[in-house]
Design a protein around this ligand. Structure first.
Ligand code: NAD
Length: 309
């Protein structure tokens, strides 16, 4: 399959590497010149749990990317999605599928301006990766990938894409309700990412706080009310289990969420697409969400300090 990865940071590079090594024709596309140059000159360096490898995967700047693709996977941060879609609109043909596996709310609404709903796929992944520096990523553990067409229809093309993901060991699953999958991951990220960022510490550290259940509950209960107003089915137990499962240091407990890494690296976070998006939607329905609102503002303050220094 001819696949382009739009946004070849930590996750884009990881998925691109796995799909390329499984025999697909893959092009990484990115807008960070040092990163693109490093991969073009020395290959993509991937630190796996089992050792380190170098992949000669092709990469180009968005502006220099050419060709038609069967599938374009969007793996930018959510605040970059509009820019990324503009940069790769010339690569979208009548047969191109677009898949977003990004975290946060709002990406589908941006992407559907560029591709019809029957060729827009969305989902979530529990795979994780970190960008160590230009041309170098760390692939953390394993995971799975839930996806579905946003119009809810199954097609032979979708089954083919799932087969391709299967062959690349990306453990794909067709989601019965992709919006439930996306909101479950949003709730998970909206609780864990800001708490670790505010505590400036790992997931396991936050999980070890004796009143953590109370803290997580007040955030999640507000998100449940907003999901209900949006007519998205969200299961409280499922969300809480997902959060508490990662507090175990043997799981990804030692992990620093990307929001904290972004603050540490002086970059903008995805807070506007997590707690910020919950606050905006809650305003439409007159639902009070004081805990998510406070968290949103606290991260915006940290972001302001980090990005301007
Ligand atoms: P990332 O920050 O590694 O990369 C995103 C983009 O930012 C890439 O285009 C990258 O080249 C660019 N970038 C990164 N550092 C830069 C720098 N110093 N200067 C200039 N450009 C830079 O993003 P990611 O972690 O791969 O996340 C992509 C999406 O996937 C997000 O929506 C994220 O929430 C989601 N996601 C991430 C993980 C994870 O473990 N990282 C897991 C699941 C989902």
């Amino acid at each position: 399959m001819k696949i382009a990865i739009a946004g070849a940071g930590a996750m884009g590079s990881r998925f691109g590497y796995m799909l390329y090594e499984a025999g697909n024709e893959v092009l990484l596309m990115d807008g960070w010149p040092e990163h693109v140059k490093a991969i073009q000159e020395k290959g993509l360096h991937v630190v796996l749990d089992s050792g380190e490898v170098n992949s000669q995967i092709p990469i180009s700047l968005f502006s220099e990317s050419k060709g038609g693709f069967d599938l374009i996977i969007i793996f930018s941060k959510s605040m970059q999605t509009e820019q990324v879609m503009r940069s790769c609109r010339h690569l979208i043909n009548d047969y191109t599928y677009i898949l977003t596996l990004q975290n946060g709310l709002g990406n589908i609404e941006v992407i559907e301006k560029y591709v019809p709903k029957n060729r827009l796929l969305a989902g979530v992944t529990t795979y994780a990766a970190e960008l160590i520096g230009p041309g170098k990523i760390q692939a953390l553990g394993s995971g799975d990938t839930h996806m579905m067409s946003v119009d809810g229809n199954m097609s032979t093309d979708l089954i083919r894409i799932v087969d391709v993901f299967n062959d690349a060991n990306l453990n794909p699953k067709l989601s019965a309700d992709v919006f439930t999958s996306i909101w479950t991951k949003v709730a998970f990220n909206a609780a864990l990412n800001p708490l670790c960022t505010l505590a400036n510490n790992t997931v396991a550290f936050v999980g070890s706080y004796k009143n953590i259940k109370e803290v997580v509950s007040v955030i999640i209960d507000e998100i449940l009310l907003v999901a209900q107003a949006e007519k998205v089915r969200l299961d409280r137990d499922e969300v809480m289990d997902m959060i508490f499962s990662v507090f175990d240091p043997a799981m990804s407990g030692h992990h620093l969420p990307s929001m904290l890494q972004d603050i540490q690296n002086g970059r903008k976070t995805e807070i506007d697409y997590l707690n910020g998006a919950i606050v905006k939607k809650a305003e439409q329905y007159n639902i009070p969400v004081p805990n998510n609102r406070l968290i949103y503002h606290m991260i915006k303050m940290l972001e302001k300090t980090a990005v301007s220094t």
